[in-house]
Ligand binder design. Structure first.
Ligand code: FES
Ligand code: FES
Length: 159
């Protein structure tokens, strides 16, 4: 079957098997291997992307279900050579070691801050509760997301 999905603002059309998962559709698109596939149980969250602005586990969705929807992956966070504040926060707070969970964490964080610009630590922990970090621990990840929230708040006040 043929499917057309908007990924990071560009229409991607391809013949696929009806059973193909969104995570594989994305990763088989040239240049888009940032979305990771980390488990077979829908538990790890490494595969999180945004679908119409909502964080979703792309290993739980068939690509065929995404026709007509807007998918956003981690590659879309950097704009004009500038990292998204969430990415900057992860860098500043050393919120990763191996980085395998990072794309999913960052896409979840971006969706959270777009909806709730000043989250509490508890709200951040709830938002990222669907994602597992196997090596950094969550303290610095929460700190990184708070760093991004503070930076965006300062930017809004300057504007
Ligand atoms: S790959 Fe682990 S939740 Fe999707
Ligand atoms: S940084 Fe290694 S799994 Fe999170």
């Amino acid at each position: 079957m043929n499917v057309s999905i908007t990924v990071n603002g560009e229409r991607v059309s391809r013949e696929i098997e009806a059973r193909q998962l969104l995570v594989h559709f994305i990763r088989e698109t040239p240049g888009l291997t940032g979305t990771h596939w980390g488990c077979d149980t829908s538990n790890c969250g490494a595969c999180v992307v945004q679908m119409d602005g909502e964080p979703v586990k792309s290993c739980t969705i068939l690509a065929a279900m995404c026709e007509g929807h807007e998918i956003r992956t981690v590659e879309s966070l950097e704009r004009d050579g500038e990292l998204d504040p969430v990415q900057q926060g992860f860098h500043e707070l050393h919120a990763l070691q191996c980085g395998f969970c990072t794309p999913g964490m960052e896409m979840t964080a971006r969706a959270l801050l777009d909806e709730n610009p000043n989250p509490t630590d508890e709200e951040i922990r709830t938002a990222i509760s669907g994602s597992i970090c196997r090596c950094t621990g969550y303290k610095n990840i929460v700190g990184a997301i708070q760093w991004a929230a503070a930076k965006e708040s300062a930017t809004r006040q300057e504007a």
